[in-house]
Structure formats: C-alpha cells, structure tokens
Design a protein around this ligand. Structure first.
Ligand code: SF4
Ligand code: SF4
Length: 387
C-alpha cells in the first residue's frame, strides 16, 4: 500500500499554507515521546540512560494530546523509549486519529504481535507502525544487543501487514555498515510487504555507551550512502523525501531546520531538537519564540551540529525546498521519476565491499587492532624483536 494520497495532500497543502502565510518557521512532524523506558538496551541509544525514577514515568493521555493541540504539525511521530510499553498508548493513538494527524508509531516491535492480537489498534490510514530495524538479522540483533529481536520484529511486521496496517521501517546506520547486507535487507523488507523504508545515519549521542559506532565524518557518510543508494533496485520504496536521500548521497547540501521536528516529552518542549538538550520550555509557542535557532546547524559553527546529518533536522529542509521554488519542485519530481541513480563508481565500491568485513567484525577488528597497538607499546622492545 503506497502513502495515501490524502496524506500527501495534507502535507503539501499544509506546507503551501504556511508559505502563503509567510511563516518561515513551521513544524512538520511533532516528535511526541510518551516515555523513555524500553524493553531493549541498544548500545547507540541516547534515551534509556536516564535514572530509574525518570524511566518509570510517562506522559498522561491528557499531556500528550495537549502537546498535539499546541503544535500544528500534520504528522506526529511517537518514538521513545518503547511506546508500546505505555499503558494508554491506544488512547493516545485514538486521540491523534480523532484529530486527523498522520501517526508514525516507532516501535522495536518486540510487543507488536502481542498488542495486535489483543486488538489494541485498528487499521487506519492515519496510523503507521514504523518498525526499528537496523539491517539483516545478524546486524540488527548486534545493533540492539539482543539475539532473536529481528525474528520477533519480522513476525510483528508480517502480522501487521496481513491485518491491513500501514507498516514502514526505520533504519539507523552506523560506522562500517555493510552496504551489500543493507541492500539485501531492503529486499527482505519489501518482500515482507512494508509500505516504505526510512534510513538515517546515527547521531553521536554524548550519553550513548558506544561512541565508536557513529559516522563522524560527512564525506565518509556521503560516500557510504552513495554506495548504498545508487544503482537502486526498482522495487525499493522509501518513505522519505527523495531530496533528503540525495542529501545523504552527497548530491546536495542542506542546512538543518531544527524547528521542523519539535520534540515534546516528560520534561516539556525540548530545545532545540530531538537530539540536543539545551533546556526545556512549557509551551510550543515558547519553544518557537525563545529558542536561539540560529545557533544550531552546521553553518552556525555549533560543535554539536558539525557532523549531524540526521533526518529529524535535515528532512524538513528537503521538504521545504520542494515547496519553496520551481527548482525544488522540479528536482523532487525528477528524483521521484528517475530514482535508480546508475553510478558505475558506486557499483565498483559495492563490489569491493563484498570481500571486506563489516559491522560487528569491523568493530571487533578495531578492538583487536587497538589491543595489538597497546600490546606493542607496552612490550619490551627486545621481546618484540624476538617475536
Ligand atoms: S529500541 Fe530504541 S528506545 Fe529502545 S533501547 Fe533501542 S534505540 Fe533505545
Ligand atoms: S544539526 Fe542535528 S544536532 Fe544540530 S540542531 Fe540540527 S538536528 Fe539538532
């Protein structure tokens, strides 16, 4: 099932309406975090590191819906933590559907099959399960630090698709990802019947335990995504702006739009974005009026933003570009119609990558290399010579 025309129309008419009103800063997707606790403990997670008394808390249905009523964004993403652990998640979803918001309920899908069999949700064009899948089975289970998670999530995806729900995947890619394996993963997800896929490089959360796995250099990130997303299989569908994917591939430059995906959670409205915590305010209006947005994004020189290419900051820029000019609109139409991106150099890199270790192996090798270097440093020079 493709993205419903009604959703495309709602988003397009909203953005055009904002432009006609002369609003330079408008939200596109509200990130509503109803809780931080999770039933996984991924090494790259920046949310589950809060102390236990915070992890036990959750937004009430009233708090969640009040935030939605304050923010005019036509789409609401519900990340976490794991939203399916929220005891009233069904009521939050119902409240959003009643307000005709297009919902992306982000889940690791461990509980998806159970909740669907319990009848917690009904299929709706407004509700999409956006399942966290970080690649093929071995890579996903390694990234989320638990075996069996891929199989559980896959069962949840297939059941949701069979029951008529909209299902997408969201994939965060880390340093040393295997492009051939991720491409095979795209095939698997299309076979499973998902509506579309989302990809993004990870952001180096200062709180995440595994800092080594984040992609730190833009040029490297661009090359990795160009290798991955060029020479596309025609079956692949991405639930993202095609211009944002071109940005990841290094074909265009976008600055961040930090107000594009405002975040509301237990602490209030988060300044300036989902990833950074430079304070909280009580209302959406206050967030828009008091945040020094000019101090964020690559061009601002802010250190925290220099390597960030994450979708929550840059996809709103791509969407805005589509509706800002004839050139942006034409580029979007072109990227939608001619989406194979034939690229012999990227194909050669893809072939070369087949013979190299990736993901968990690369990280293990890094450790081995580090250990070897340390051992060589500490070793008696005579012993090293004898060996
Ligand atoms: S599934 Fe998401 S929220 Fe849960 S630990 Fe992993 S990254 Fe964090
Ligand atoms: S560049 Fe990234 S970290 Fe900086 S404000 Fe934008 S989304 Fe947030």
């Amino acid at each position: 099932m493709p993205v419903p025309i009604s959703q495309m129309w709602t988003v397009a008419s909203y953005v055009i309406g904002q432009k006609l009103k002369g609003n330079k800063r408008y939200p596109l997707v509200l990130m509503l975090e109803p809780l931080f606790r999770c039933n996984l403990a991924c090494a790259g997670c920046g949310k589950i590191q809060y102390p236990a008394h915070i992890l036990k808390k959750e937004l009430s249905v009233e708090q969640a819906l009040k935030a939605v009523d304050e923010c005019p964004a036509p789409m609401v993403s519900i990340p976490g933590g794991e939203p399916l652990l929220h005891p009233q998640i069904d009521q939050i979803v119902e409240g959003l559907i009643a307000r005709r918001k297009y919902i992306y309920l982000c889940t690791n899908a461990i509980l998806l099959e159970k909740k669907l069999r319990e009848g917690l949700f009904k299929p709706s064009k407004y509700l999409t399960f956006s399942v966290h899948m970080d690649g093929q089975e071995e890579h996903h289970d390694f990234a989320v630090c638990r075996e069996g998670t891929f199989q559980k999530a896959s069962k949840g995806i297939r059941l949701a698709v069979d029951m008529g729900f909209r299902v997408t995947t969201n994939t965060t890619l880390f340093e040393g990802f295997d492009p051939n394996s991720v491409r095979a993963f795209f095939d698997e997800m299309m076979d499973a019947g998902v509506e579309g896929m989302m990809v993004s490089p990870g952001y180096a959360y200062p709180k995440a335990p595994d800092q080594a796995s984040f992609m730190q250099e833009r040029a490297k990130t661009n090359e990795a995504f160009e290798t991955l997303l060029s020479n596309r299989d025609k079956r692949w569908k991405f639930n993202q702006s095609p211009l944002f994917l071109e940005y990841l591939m290094g074909k265009r430059h976008y600055e961040c739009t930090p107000w594009g995906n405002p975040t509301y959670n237990l602490f209030g409205w988060q300044k300036p974005c989902y990833l950074l915590q430079d304070g909280y305010v009580d209302t959406f209006a206050e967030l828009m009026e008091t945040t020094a947005f000019d101090e964020y994004g690559k061009a601002s020189g802010n250190e925290a933003c220099q390597q960030c290419m994450v979708h929550c900051g840059h996809e709103p820029t791509a969407v805005d570009h589509t509706f800002s000019s004839f050139g942006g609109f034409f580029a979007t139409v072109k990227a939608t119609l001619f989406n194979r991106y034939a690229n012999p150099a990227a194909r050669r890199r893809l072939d070369a990558a087949k013979g190299r270790p990736h993901g968990p192996l690369v990280q293990l090798n890094l450790n081995i290399e580090k250990r070897k270097a340390q051992q060589a440093e500490n070793a008696d020079p005579q012993t090293v010579g004898a060996a």
